[in-house]
Design a protein around this ligand. Sequence first.
Ligand SMILES: [Zn+2]
Length: 214
Amino acid sequence: MAREKLTSVSKAYQQRSISARLEAFFLDSVGLVVSNEHLKQVARDPITGNEPENWHQRVSELRTDRGYTILTQRDDPSLKNGEYCLESTDRRETAKVRRAINKKIKAALLELSPACVYPGCNLREGERDPVGGGTVKLQVDHKTAHNHDDGGLNVLGNYQLLCGRHNVTKKNLWDDQTGKLNIKAILQFIPHSDKVVAKEWLSNYFSENSSERV
Ligand SMILES: [Zn+2]
């Protein structure tokens, strides 16, 4: 599939350093083919308008130091000389390290208990998922996501395995950024029998707390 080309630089980049301007531009143009004319334009000093000679070097540093995968003709023959493409916002080093840690943790967890820990699920790695279809591929879930003060990334007890479906479920029902439960999503998600329990509980709750008892 041919890559889409950026037609023109659509805004002025005011960042102070050449690298910061180029990085912002690439991040705005993820997946698009950009030309060295675009890069020269972005690299230009926003105040003086001078075109730096070393913009090329700054692009190399985005690759080597910042870990971005910026493709050129050498990586992808469909690109022409002087064309570049940032394929995704992923940065190599961190993504690579993360993947390696996850792989180790998954192997260790699989040895302990090779099944999804979601209540009532118990699907095992490689099994067929009778609900979602497809083969179960268990995913490493950090129990208290984004809290790395609990002994670091390598403490096995901080992790559990979830099947893909329940990993998504957990994300939808519980916002791990804010730690808040998504109550509406939970009520929608639970089976009818549980909704009946919830309704009874709520009507008791409100009658007990109401001044006009039913
Ligand atoms: Zn599951």
